[in-house]
Write a protein that binds this ligand. Structure first.
Ligand SMILES: NC(=O)c1ccc[n+]([C@@H]2O[C@H](COP(=O)([O-])OP(=O)(O)OC[C@H]3O[C@@H](n4cnc5c(N)ncnc54)[C@H](OP(=O)(O)O)[C@@H]3O)[C@@H](O)[C@H]2O)c1
Length: 273
């Protein structure tokens, strides 16, 4: 399915994006990995090339801040020049800060929207002319279970990830007649550097809520994402508990809120005055 395909992965130097890169390289895809830190990108590239199951595909790296629309446009041209016209875009780059709403400055909301929402949007805008030209392509947006359920302590993250869900829903319908498939991924917690970092700052209520859904390994999540894309699934939710919570929030939203409220009530500390 992915052999010989040209695949862009934003956030390809770490966590889920890096996991996707390792697996897709094994399957013989040509990769363009995008992130800001060039050293992390180089390390990931070296790791892929030295892996025993490396298939000989191309792995190119592009340092780019996805919040800068103009830079994203330039990088897309470079990518097309280096690996050829893209077939898949995995939007995995993202950031997360967890804290009580009162402790999150306005700037944090701006930063979260700029990266998680507008970064995703900029890459879709840039890849679209390539997909339209050949009448095919796949866009895989990695939102979060926090994109469909309001999570205590994640006000700015939830806002940005709900925005990604709205964009993805609209694009699914709009791009389908043009032969372009859009996929929405809603992972629960995944053991990545992002999770390790947020563990240091997030409120206790958030930690307790997270325990109602078990966290997954990068390999598990990558497996579910790639199988879902290969089967043409629009909605891809790794993890049984996350699937149940997502369904519950759609069919019985008041029950889902009850689970959240019950867990928070039992563990409530609140922000320091
Ligand atoms: N881990 C979880 O529990 C979890 C759960 C649900 C959803 N997700 C989502 O899954 C995606 C991947 O998360 P992860 O856990 O793999 O995170 P991660 O390990 O922290 O990796 C994030 C990646 O995004 C890149 N990035 C961040 N800001 C960027 C920017 N402005 N421009 C370009 N690249 C940028 C980072 O590289 P640089 O810092 O070098 O730029 C890094 O490669 C995110 O969208 C996240 O919200 C994660």
């Amino acid at each position: 399915m992915f052999q010989g395909k040209n695949i862009i992965i934003t956030g390809g130097s770490s966590g889920i994006g890096r996991g996707l890169a390792l697996r897709l390289a094994e399957e013989g895809a040509n990769l363009a990995l995008v992130a800001r830190d060039p050293e992390k990108l180089s390390r990931t590239r070296e790791e892929i090339l030295s892996h025993s199951s490396y298939s000989g595909s191309r792995v190119e790296i592009f340092s780019c801040d996805i919040t800068e629309a103009e830079k994203v446009g330039q990088v897309m041209n470079n990518i097309a020049g280096e690996i050829g016209s893209p077939d898949y875009l995995f939007n995995s780059a993202g950031i997360l800060i967890g804290d009580y709403f009162e402790n999150l400055p306005r700037d944090n909301f701006q930063e979260m929207m700029n990266t998680n929402f507008f970064g995703t949007l900029h890459f879709i805008k840039a890849v679209l002319p390539h997909f339209k030209k050949k009448g095919s392509g796949h866009i895989i947006n990695i939102s979060s279970i926090s994109g469909v359920i309001g999570v205590f302590g994640y006000a700015s993250y939830c806002a940005s990830k709900f925005a990604v869900v709205g964009l993805t829903e609209a694009l699914r319908a709009e791009l389908k007649p043009q032969g372009i498939s859009v996929h929405l991924v809603l992972p629960p917690e995944v053991n990545t550097p992002m999770l390790a970092k947020v563990n240091q700052s997030r409120p206790i209520e958030n930690k307790m809520l997270a325990r109602t859904m078990s966290s997954l390994s990068v390999e598990q999540v990558v497996d579910v994402i790639l199988k879902g894309v290969a089967k043409g699934r629009y909605l891809i939710i790794p993890g049984g508990r996350a699937r149940i919570m997502s369904r519950l929030s759609q069919i019985f939203p008041s029950r889902a809120r009850w689970v959240v409220d019950y867990t928070v009530r039992k563990n409530y500390r609140g922000p320091k005055e």
